[in-house]
Write a protein that binds this ligand. Structure first.
Ligand SMILES: [Mg+2]
Length: 229
């Protein structure tokens, strides 16, 4: 069997497709993720973003502590829901994202989001999305619309495989019948976990080389050729 034929066979067995959000379904004109954009808005700098990422990579802070540093900074700056949604509005759904995801749902796939984004991003940019399960960070506002608290997801980066196992188990689907679509370094821990991996506009070399298929030039709609059911 040809390499391609083998891949298509693997894709044909998929029942569950999980998506990353930042970079995969949505993008900011600068390429930044929502955390970086909000840090800049509420008093941080590019240097802050870089330092915290490195602290996390070195293991000096946990993911939860990283979230608390960022979100705590926004809260101290008096961040409101309106301001945060204004920043979210700078992001756009990637070309074809809505059409593609809705069509996959139509074809009968179970769909989920496993992402390090913040809940408001998906809710604001893709209201009425067809995802069966959504795993993201969450932020909460008080009765005056001020940022009040947050809940860090245990399912970003090294936690993503656990979320995939949970979703698959919940729907009675084998991991070999699951797929993941992502773009970044925080998706790398998922390589080899689902039966099929799609790297969309990969920002990570490891992800591009480990994926079954790489989609470039913004052709998110080609997921509809890969996952036919
Ligand atoms: Mg991403």
């Amino acid at each position: 069997m040809s390499h391609n034929g083998f891949l298509m066979k693997a894709a044909n067995e998929i029942d569950l497709i999980c998506f990353d959000v930042d970079g995969t379904l949505v993008s900011h004109p600068t390429g930044m993720v929502i955390w970086e954009v909000l840090n800049l808005r509420f008093g941080g700098s590019r240097e802050t973003n870089r330092e915290r990422y490195q602290m996390y990579q070195r293991g000096d802070i946990t993911y939860e502590e990283w979230v608390a540093l960022d979100a705590g900074g926004w809260k101290s700056a008096g961040a409101t829901r309106d301001q945060i949604l204004h920043s979210v509005g700078e992001f756009k759904l990637n070309d074809g994202a809505e059409e593609t995801v809705n069509e996959l749902k139509q074809r009968g796939f179970i769909l989920a989001v496993i992402s390090g984004t913040i809940d408001v991003v998906l809710e604001h940019l893709f209201p009425g999305h067809p995802f069966d399960d959504v795993y993201t960070n969450q932020i909460f506002f008080d009765e005056h619309g001020k940022l009040d608290s947050w809940q860090a997801t245990p399912f970003d980066g090294r936690g993503k495989p656990q979320a995939l196992r949970e979703v698959a188990h919940k729907h009675g689907i084998a991991l070999s019948e699951s797929a993941f679509v992502g773009d970044g370094d925080n998706d790398v821990p998922l390589l080899g976990v689902p039966g099929f991996f799609v790297a969309y506009e990969p920002r990570s070399r490891a992800l591009a080389s480990g994926a079954d298929v790489v989609i470039r030039e913004g052709k998110l709609r080609s997921l509809l050729d890969i996952f036919q059911k």
